[in-house]
Design a protein around this ligand. Structure first.
Ligand SMILES: Nc1ncnc2c1ncn2[C@@H]1O[C@H](COP(=O)(O)OP(=O)(O)OP(=O)(O)O)[C@@H](O)[C@H]1O
Ligand SMILES: [Mg+2]
Length: 395
């Protein structure tokens, strides 16, 4: 069922776009009455004849009283100001007058969000999400690959609600790697200011699968600079109440946004590949995290692209980093092939050895008990003693 607010008689094509079971109300006060009679209703579409300020006020009220009800507004003109105003008010979707396929899509997205997102009002007994940030200071180690595949693994075909956040603000790859259209991105969160809540954040999400939602990175050049780092604290705080897991992908450098994400995380997944540059950068990262007093127990060190042929073994990596590996992910061409097809390997080929390694890691480190980090006592072999000593602490 959908409630359509319009003073005029809706055309058949509009009713078809809204799906089966449309109830029409001439005014927003009448919509309020209908909502009181229909506690399970999840969607209100506001026609272009209704003043936008009135629609915005209605959406703002609903985000408090009925946060699961999505508001989709049809407007004759869609510009940046209208989007910003709508976002602030908590209108989930804006659609141009006459764009019936766009309207059908917007309604579908809004319904799906209402169904798949656990909002605090309905989740009194649910626990908060675990927030996991995936980081490596060297580019190309596989952060995006691991973050997307970990999200798929934790989602477990819909058994859990997972949100994947692309914090690589300038060069985010989540949208392209999952072939998602970035209609809403992190930069839209700025318009919410201090009013960020589950309803507003629901409007930022792009769905990969029901229950596996993404907050995509900005696409326009310069958008990244518009995002104050404090937005990350608010966003992660709100997402905690909406999902079971939040997985954050990051750029390959420490910046204010990354530090906020690390602060707001329960778990840090730190990646290296079997090469000296990546290992040296991870060694420095570990020192930096120690300096910032992040507990070691919240860390998992993962070796990605493990390959017998490169001459650096998992044992070598453990010695150089003076830390135990929580997971070893094989180097395999299928990973890149899946990435290029827009379906993470864990979704496409769950029994592939790369998928199995990520599943085991997810099950052990994210679901199960924490494994204490064991310091490896032996000195590292001579060839990468430099990796440890560059940190200034010796190897
Ligand atoms: N285990 C693996 N086996 C083979 N190829 C892999 C593996 N993991 C990642 N790759 C490939 O390595 C490349 C870089 O991976 P990815 O984009 O995930 O790295 P990243 O750390 O996110 O990079 P950036 O720092 O640029 O964001 C991609 O082409 C990806 O398909
Ligand atoms: Mg990346």
């Amino acid at each position: 069922m959908t409630i359509l607010c319009t003073p005029s008689q809706p055309g058949d094509d509009l009713v078809v776009a809204l799906g089966t079971g449309v109830l029409t109300a001439a005014t927003l006060p009448r919509v309020r009455e209908l909502l009181e009679q229909l506690p399970a209703e999840r969607l209100v579409v506001v026609g272009p004849e209704i003043a936008f300020e009135e629609a915005a006020g209605f959406a703002t009220d609903l985000r408090l009283t009925r946060p699961l009800v999505g508001v989709v507004a049809i407007r004759p003109v869609l510009d940046v100001e209208t989007y910003a105003y709508a976002m602030q008010a908590g209108i989930r979707e804006l659609v141009a007058t006459g764009d019936l396929p766009g309207l059908a899509d917007a309604c579908r997205r809004s319904r799906r969000l209402s169904e798949s997102i656990l909002l605090p009002a309905e989740a009194a007994t649910a626990s908060e999400a675990k927030v996991i940030t995936v980081f490596s200071a060297k580019g190309g180690c596989g952060k995006t690959t691991l973050a997307t595949n970990l999200a798929v693994t934790l989602h477990a075909n819909g058994a859990r609600r997972v949100c994947l956040v692309d914090l690589d603000l300038a060069f985010g790859d989540i949208a392209i790697s999952l072939q998602l259209e970035p209609r809403r991105t992190l930069v839209d969160a700025v318009a919410m200011g201090e009013n960020m809540d589950a309803t507003g954040v629901a409007g930022l999400l792009t769905s990969f699968r029901p229950g596996l939602e993404c907050v995509l990175a900005p696409v326009e050049p310069g958008d990244a600079e518009k995002l104050p780092a404090a937005v990350i604290d608010d966003l992660l705080g709100v997402l905690r109440g909406m999902f079971d897991y939040v997985v954050v992908d990051t750029p390959p450098q420490f910046n204010e946004h990354v530090l906020r994400a690390l602060d707001g995380s329960d778990h840090h997944v730190l990646l290296t590949t079997p090469d000296l540059a990546a290992m040296k950068n991870l060694r420095l990262t570990l020192d930096m995290l120690d300096l910032l007093s992040y507990p070691k127990a919240t860390r998992s060190i993962v070796l990605n692209r493990e390959d017998d042929r490169v001459g650096i073994t998992a044992g070598d990596v453990e010695q150089a980093l003076r830390s135990q590996l929580a997971a070893r992910i094989p180097n395999n061409l299928e990973v890149a092939a899946s990435f290029n097809r827009g379906v993470p390997i864990a979704a496409e080929k769950p029994s592939h050895r790369v998928s199995v390694a990520i599943q085991k890691f997810g099950a052990l480190r994210m679901d199960g008990p924490q494994v204490p980090q064991v310091q490896t006592p032996k000195a590292p072999p001579r060839r990468w003693r430099a990796v440890g000593s560059r940190s200034g602490r010796g190897a």
